[in-house]
Design a protein. Structure first.
Length: 95
C-alpha cells in the first residue's frame, strides 16, 4: 500500500521522529559520560521539547517538499533545511 503525501509526513514525524530524536539525545549524553540514570532523566526533560521543535520545523518542511519541490531537488532542499534544523536542534538540546 503506497502512502500519500500526508501519510508519509505522518509516519516520518510521529513514528520515526520521536524514536530517532530520543536515540540521538541519549547517545549525545552517553558520549558526554553521563550515567544511565542521568541520561534517562535528561531525555525525559529534553525529548518532549525537542520532538515539538522537530514537528514545528519538519512537518511544514516535509509538506513543502512532497507537494511543491520537484523530486530532483528533494535532496538539496532537504540538506539546506537540515543545516538550519541542526542549528535549532543544538539550541533546543543544549544543557
Amino acid at each position: 500500500m503506497a502512502l500519500n503525501n500526508y501519510g508519509k509526513v505522518f509516519v516520518d514525524q510521529f513514528v520515526f521522529g520521536p524514536i530517532f530524536t530520543t536515540i540521538i539525545i541519549a547517545y549525545k549524553f552517553i558520549l558526554l559520560q553521563h550515567s544511565l540514570a542521568e541520561v534517562f532523566e535528561l531525555c525525559m526533560n529534553i525529548v518532549p521539547n525537542a520532538v515539538m521543535a522537530s514537528w514545528y520545523f519538519w512537518i511544514p518542511q516535509r509538506y513543502i517538499t512532497f507537494n511543491f519541490i520537484p523530486p530532483s531537488l528533494h535532496m538539496p532542499f532537504g540538506t539546506l533545511c537540515a543545516f538550519f534544523w541542526n542549528v535549532l536542534f543544538s539550541i533546543v538540546t543544549r544543557k
